[in-house]
Design a protein around this ligand. Structure first.
Ligand SMILES: [Zn+2]
Length: 275
């Protein structure tokens, strides 16, 4: 088998939840619509290697949150239960890949000390020295460096990198400085895990007029036909956001919503299996 032919399957794991107005990701569209959105991790499996993308959050982070109406709920127990549902224990995870190191994506890093772990170098450096607005928003929690320090093989990726197992890592800043996109080749094509840049499918495809919620309910939403992509209040660098989305559109099997798996997308939580 050629390395490029490596085929994976993808499972979304719901590692927590928060309630947000749609406007958090959509500018002014649907100002009265509040949605329960998931905090997602992903399992990537090819029969020989088990990869976990992001490790969720910790219950005690919620007590310290200082970001207005965002109410994240998640815990180590939820992560362990999600893994157990897939027949896995933390020691079964061979590899961990981080989309970025925000509190709701890296909270349980120390559960996987023996897994080969990939994070963008820019993200790691920013986490060590957050800017004042990031500190005010608690993007990174003070205990994250200590948790990451327990990982024996932490690989700091500098830009774009193709792994020998067929997975591809790309630097995609905008939401965070070192956001990392993961491209996963599957029997059904190339899927793109975007992390929080962007966090939902309708941010990439602004003209979407329906969204599927976590329980499968289909909701009509207001499309925007005037712009291709929607940013929101969690974008910190709008220039980079657009550049990253264009890069992601070129990396997918086709530039269509079904190939994009953002970390806070309700439909991605509902569908669960990909590839
Ligand atoms: Zn984030």
């Amino acid at each position: 088998m050629k390395l490029a032919d490596e085929k994976w399957n993808i499972t979304s794991l719901c590692l927590g939840q928060m309630t947000l107005p749609r406007t958090a990701f959509s500018g002014e569209l649907d100002p009265d619509l509040k949605i329960d959105i998931p905090i997602l991790g992903f399992l990537l499996r090819n029969g020989r290697e088990t990869v976990l993308v992001d490790t969720g959050m910790r219950a005690e982070y919620f007590e310290q949150m200082a970001i207005g109406d965002v109410k994240p709920r998640g815990s180590t127990e939820i992560l362990l239960h999600a893994l157990e549902q897939e027949g896995l224990k933390p020691e079964d995870i061979d590899t961990v890949i981080y989309t970025h190191l925000h509190y709701d994506h890296s909270g349980n890093a120390d559960l996987f000390p023996d897994a080969v772990t990939y994070v963008q170098k820019t993200e790691y450096d920013n986490m060590l020295n957050p800017y004042p607005f990031q500190q005010a928003r608690m993007d990174y929690f003070p205990d994250t460096p200590g948790r990451l320090a327990r990982i024996k093989r932490l690989i700091l990726v500098d830009g774009d990198l193709k792994l020998s197992n067929g997975l591809e890592l790309y630097l995609t800043p905008g939401h965070s400085r070192g956001g990392q996109t993961i491209v996963v080749p599957t029997p059904k094509g190339r899927f793109v895990l975007t992390g929080d840049n962007p966090a939902t499918r309708y941010c990439i495809f602004a003209d979407m007029n329906r969204m599927t919620l976590m329980d499968g309910t289909v909701l009509e939403i207001t499309p925007d036909h005037t712009v291709p992509h929607l940013t929101g209040r969690f974008t910190t660098d709008h220039f980079s956001f657009y550049d990253s989305v264009r890069k992601q559109l070129a990396l997918a099997e086709k530039p269509e919503p079904q190939y994009f798996l953002p970390s806070h997308d309700t439909e991605v939580a509902y569908l669960h299996h990909f590839g």
